[in-house]
Each structure stands twice: as structure tokens, then as C-alpha cells.
Write a protein of this length. Structure first.
Length: 149
């Protein structure tokens, strides 16, 4: 049970970090494009991670390193550039609302293409995520007056 609690706390901490980072990145000067902003972020992360990576033992086969590099290029370089572009174009609220639906979309994809069937707790989680997304989507943004007919 402790592992489950630790995993849930880690997931909540990751969501909090993404929310705070999205807010910070959104407030940076708009003179940087999404690609430039992502390049800056990746160089910053690289300088912090290089000492740790160099201190670790290297695997005997290069295959895992090649897959890791490919994953970084596709997932981080391309994915985050598109994410930052969405933050600028759609705003934090809309982007994070759409982003929060990712686990539900992944679960549905697993059902369709991998024939996975979610367990009861996973269905409950999908329901809670869907309900939260609906509640956020149906809210009016601050400062928007109600229209009466």
C-alpha cells in the first residue's frame, strides 16, 4: 500500500510542477519563440543533468542510449515546443485543461489498440478526470460577463 501512496504523491507532485512551470513559461517575454524557449529549457536541464549522467555506469550495449536519445528528441524537443506554442496561443487554462485529458486518451487508446480493460479503480480515476475536465470546461473565464437573453 505504501508504494501506491508514494506513486500517487509523485503523480500529484508532477502535476503541480507542470502547472507551476507552465505558469512561469507563459510569463516569460514573448520575444522568444516556442522552439527557442524549449531550447533554453533543454540546455538548462542538460547542464544540471550532465554531472549526474557522467557519474553513472554506462550500459554495455548502445541500444538503450540510442532509444533514450531518440525519445528525447521526439518527446522533449518536439513535444515541448508544441506545448509551449499551445501555452502562448491558447493560454494556460485551456492548454492545461486539454493536457489533463491525456491519461484518459491513453487509456482509451489502450482499450482500442491493445485490448486492455481498465480495472475498477482505473475506471473510477477516468471518471474523476472526465468530471474534473467537464467542470473546468463549463466554467466561465474570470472577467466574462454573463449574457442574459
Amino acid at each position: 500500500m505504501e508504494v501506491v501512496l508514494l506513486g500517487a504523491l509523485a503523480a500529484l507532485a508532477a502535476a503541480l510542477c507542470w502547472t507551476l512551470a507552465s505558469s512561469l513559461w507563459r510569463r516569460l517575454p514573448t520575444s522568444l519563440s516556442a522552439v527557442q524557449l524549449n531550447l533554453f529549457k533543454n540546455w538548462l536541464a542538460l547542464t544540471m543533468l550532465v554531472p549526474w549522467v557522467l557519474a553513472r555506469p554506462w550500459p554495455a550495449a548502445p541500444g538503450p542510449l540510442v532509444l533514450l536519445a531518440l525519445s528525447g528528441v521526439l518527446g522533449i524537443a518536439l513535444g515541448d515546443s508544441l506545448y509551449f506554442s499551445a501555452l502562448r496561443r491558447l493560454g494556460i487554462r485551456r492548454t492545461l485543461t486539454i493536457d489533463a485529458g491525456g491519461p484518459a486518451v491513453a487509456a482509451l487508446g489502450g482499450m482500442v489498440w491493445l485490448a486492455e480493460v481498465p480495472a475498477l479503480l482505473q475506471w473510477i480515476g477516468l471518471g474523476l478526470v472526465t468530471l474534473a475536465l467537464l467542470l473546468v470546461a463549463l466554467q466561465r473565464p474570470p472577467g466574462v460577463a454573463e449574457v442574459r437573453l
